[in-house]
Design a protein around this ligand. Structure first.
Ligand SMILES: Cc1cc2nc3c(=O)[nH]c(=O)nc-3n(C[C@H](O)[C@H](O)[C@H](O)COP(=O)(O)O)c2cc1C
Length: 210
């Protein structure tokens, strides 16, 4: 399939087949797609929670408008964003670059300063919103990777975030729930798979400057 066929095949799956689970290899590929997402400066200011526990998923469903995807998909993924990015996060990242690429810390000093300066210019709320955007980009990577792997997915924003934070113990970790995605395989009778995609005419979203 070419990329447009792949993107037309995917849809926000409303009804999953609860019997059909992702195998570990496929799951690992999809989780890695999130890790490979582009993020601003490469800071990756989020964690991805992989939720299999059925009892926990029942509790999460109750605070997600009773959406069946929460319990019935093979896996529930929750993107949680770092609420308090600090210069220590930048330092950890710079150390990681030095380690992975085998370069000196000295050679990364200018980059360290650049990131810290840009962060210092933002309020805590701006920093959080900036981090949140990185999580959404990663969600996009995940959705495309799922489609390419012929795995169904539903992005889910209809969740009560404070309750998620409490159930997932995020408060203590300094993270906050941002968005979720249910991944797995569609039920044969999910009627949404047969609906035509509704999108604007491309002329309504494209402006060319030539
Ligand atoms: C950030 C985001 C949040 C969404 N939240 C929900 C949700 O809570 N429940 C749901 O069933 N669909 C949710 N959707 C799916 C959208 O309704 C769907 O992507 C849109 O209607 C376009 O349809 P398609 O993805 O099937 O092409 C969400 C999509 C995005 C991108």
């Amino acid at each position: 399939m070419d990329i447009l066929q792949i993107l037309n095949w995917r849809y926000a799956t409303k009804k999953f087949n609860p019997e059909k689970k992702l195998d570990e290899k496929k799951l690992a590929v999809l989780l890695e797609s999130v890790n490979l997402s582009a993020t601003s400066y490469g800071l990756q200011p989020f964690r991805l929670l992989v939720i299999e526990n059925p009892a926990l998923r029942e509790q999460l469903r109750a605070v997600s408008g009773d959406q069946s995807q929460i319990t019935d998909a093979s896996h529930l993924l929750v993107f949680a964003v770092n609420k308090g990015l600090t210069s220590a996060d930048v330092d950890a990242y710079i150390n990681r670059i030095a380690e992975v690429r085998g370069v000196t810390l000295d050679s990364l000093e200018a980059y360290r300063t650049k990131i810290k300066t840009s962060m210092a210019a933002r309020s805590p709320e701006e920093l959080f919103q900036w981090a949140a955007r990185q999580a959404y980009i990663a969600l996009g990577f995940l959705l495309v990777a799922c489609a390419a792997e012929e795995v169904d997915a539903c992005p889910i924003e209809g969740i009560r975030k404070p309750e998620y934070d409490a159930l997932l113990g995020l408060e203590q970790k300094g993270y906050s729930t941002m968005v979720a995605a249910a991944i797995g395989y569609r039920a044969d009778d999910d009627k949404y798979q047969f609906k035509l995609k509704v999108r604007k005419e491309s002329s309504q979203i494209l402006d060319f400057y030539r």
